[in-house]
Design a protein around this ligand. Structure first.
Ligand code: PLP
Length: 446
């Protein structure tokens, strides 16, 4: 794999070896476990992946934002190697070990909030969300959780109940958790109330206030769970007033604010946590994805008194905070902190190129991003905003065929997201963007 030769397409993807492996997958993996890029990977490094047929790609997906510091980051690999030479699993509940407490201490220190924080480590984003909700319910003694339209919080029972879209996440999987109340998000490009900023007066915030006054007693609400930037929902970036308004409502009503930073955290946006852009301090934060530096690791961070409201044995799990994952996570967090300036700089480059494309291609209805968490929303017509779903998929396929791994998002299936490693070189970022631009140009001209 070479930074200079990449992208390198030696056989049109998917090549014969990938096709053969896909046939095997079709035989032994349920079709529900879907794949968007039909190539099998042989090697990866930094912002590059090579498939089993010898094709080399720039990676703008990073395993859905799990590799903020890049594939096989040498310092992360070194920490992992050193750890497996000592011990690789013990279970914190049986015999504790240092990497767990070192990572917990680090996360408690860097998370927003000038108060004592405690951290429970688990295995996945869904599990972190489940734990945050369990803790919020225990601390407040109240059952209901307010969640948003277009939200994504995972696929386990409680997490999918909190998730907005029925298809494919909840369909046929009921009964769901009964104590979830859904309310509109600040999706300003497609406002649920048909309003526009600033004349909307943040109707989506006021709507929750009305809800608490009329339809749902806050005496029954444990928490509002919110993604500071909605991920799967389409990289929706709310105005500052939205999160600040939620904080205020929570404070006024004895309700906790949980920020789900599974996708937006660990330096992705140019700050360690996306909530920092909003000057909002949540009561709890959930993390996963890039936290483990490519290994399965997740966390629920919260105010000490909230976290300690749970009885002994009420939290945890066999693999939660596995030592290898913890050393990988600790090194990743340290590196992500050092890279914040770079993320901001590259984010500006990314946004300016996407803005240029917006001027050239009518199919791009909206460009949005903070740091290196950016997206374009594709429409058939800028006035009607009819989602360009088919075209979105065609652009993704063209990108894959030309050497760029990139994925979609959005409840309307018309968003393309940009999630390169935050330490990608300008050269590779530009190369990936050129592949995307070329695909957009060809598909939008059809
Ligand atoms: C905001 C958010 N929360 C939770 C999850 C679920 O994480 P996991 O797939 O690790 O369970 C995701 C996954 O995309 C996410 O983006």
């Amino acid at each position: 794999m070479g930074k200079n030769s990449i992208p390198k397409i030696v056989v049109t993807p998917p090549g014969p070896k990938s096709v053969k492996l896909m046939k095997l997958a079709e035989k032994c993996v349920p079709k529900a476990v879907y794949t968007v890029t039909p190539i099998f990977v042989a090697e990866s490094e930094g912002a590059m992946v090579k498939d089993v047929d010898g094709n080399e790609y720039v990676d703008f997906a990073t395993g859905i934002s799990c590799l903020n510091v890049g594939h096989r980051n040498p310092e992360v690999m070194k920490a992992i190697r050193e750890q497996v030479e000592l011990y690789h699993h013990l279970c914190f509940h049986v015999t504790p070990y240092e990497p767990y407490v070192r990572l917990a201490e680090k996360l408690a220190t860097i998370a927003s909030g000038n108060f004592e924080k405690k951290v429970v480590l688990v295995n996945s984003g869904a599990e972190a969300v489940e734990n945050a909700v369990k803790i919020a319910r225990k601390y407040t003694g109240k059952p209901t959780i307010v969640a948003f339209e277009y939200a994504f919080h995972g696929r386990t029972r409680l997490a999918m109940s909190l998730t907005g879209s029925v298809h494919p996440y909840k369909y046929g999987f009921g009964p769901l958790d009964p104590a979830i109340h859904r309310t509109p998000y600040a999706y300003c490009y497609r406002c649920s109330f048909g309003l526009e900023r600033p004349t909307c007066n943040m109707k989506c915030v006021e709507y929750i206030r009305d809800t608490f006054a009329i339809h749902l007693s806050p005496d029954e609400v444990a928490a509002i769970i919110v993604e500071p930037i909605q991920g799967e929902g389409g990289f929706i970036i709310p105005p500052k007033e939205f999160l600040q308004g939620l904080r205020k409502i929570c404070d006024e009503n004895g309700v906790l604010l949980i920020a789900d930073e599974v996708q937006s955290g660990i330096g992705r946006t140019g700050k360690m946590f996306a909530v920092e852009h909003y000057n909002v301090v949540p009561d709890m934060i959930t993390l996963a994805k890039s936290l483990g530096g490519g290994l399965p690791l997740a966390a629920a961070i919260g105010r000490g008194d909230i976290m300690d409201s749970v009885h002994i044995g009420g939290l945890g799990g066999t693999f939660g905070g596995n030592p290898v994952c913890c050393v990988s996570g600790l090194k990743t967090v340290e590196l992500a902190q050092q890279l914040l300036g770079n993320t901001e700089k590259l984010g500006k480059l990314l946004m300016s190129r996407l803005q240029e494309m917006y001027k050239k291609y009518e199919i791009i209805g909206d460009v949005r991003g903070i740091g290196l968490m950016a997206a374009v929303e594709l429409v058939k017509d800028r006035k009607t905003k009819e989602p360009a779903k088919k075209e979105r998929n065609q652009i993704l396929t063209k990108c894959h065929k030309n050497g760029l791994v990139i994925i979609g998002a959005g409840a309307h299936k018309n968003v393309i997201r940009f999630l390169p490693p935050v330490n990608i070189s300008e050269n590779l970022l530009n190369k990936g963007l050129s592949i995307f631009e070329n695909a957009t140009k060809i598909i939008s001209a059809r």
